[in-house]
Design a binder for this molecule. Structure first.
Ligand code: K1U
Ligand code: ZN
Length: 168
């Protein structure tokens, strides 16, 4: 089992844009295994390669939380359709102290490569659709806090500042 280091906000490397995978090699498969190990160890339901400082368009997801239950691997994913709206209190393994409601599509249709390099298309809704949108954002250097208003982010800053004063 290999646990990779997850970059934490405000690390600028989280803002980098990942490149499409040209060839799926043994190294790619090893990275994907390590990403699943890292995601389960951190208690997450998704992880993008950007979060472990690998600038390749690779995402692992398992919304069942239990290892090997329902693993989803997305290579070079793109959203080709989206519909509806949905929000849940989102978290991020790169911003562990913050949770917030983020406006997302309730339904997405995704085109990507699977582990064998086959082109696949599938539909997702609700939590899975939200998780896919959150992870694809990571590949473009976007974080869920970017969707929040300045005042929403400010409130947390003030609360944190207050906390620091109290603990002093
Ligand atoms: O990309 C990440 O940082 C992983 C992130 C994915 C995600 C969670 C919630 C909404 C959208 C995307 C997480 O897994 S953070 C951990 C978390 O919020 C969670 C963990 C277990 C069950 C449910 C949520
Ligand atoms: Zn995240």
């Amino acid at each position: 089992m290999t646990i990779l280091k997850i970059l934490r906000y405000p690390d600028k490397r989280l803002r980098q844009i990942a490149k499409p995978v040209k060839k799926i090699t043994f190294k790619t498969k090893l990275l994907i295994n390590n990403m699943f190990d890292t995601m389960y160890a951190a208690g997450g339901i998704g992880l993008a390669a950007t979060q472990v400082n690998i600038l390749q368009q690779i995402i692992v997801i398992d919304i069942s939380i239990k290892p090997d239950e329902k693993q989803l691997i997305l290579i070079n994913p793109i959203i080709i359709e989206m519909d509806g709206s949905a929000s849940i209190e989102e978290g991020c393994l790169s911003i562990p102290t913050k949770h917030a409601m983020v406006p997302r599509a309730q339904y997405v249709k995704v085109k990507s490569l699977d582990l064998y390099g086959n082109h696949v298309e599938f539909e997702a809704s609700n939590l899975l659709a939200i998780c896919i949108q959150h992870e694809i954002d990571h590949l473009y250097g976007k974080l869920f806090i970017d969707y929040l208003s300045e005042s929403q982010n400010d409130i947390d800053l003030k609360i944190n500042r207050k906390k620091i004063i109290i603990t002093k």
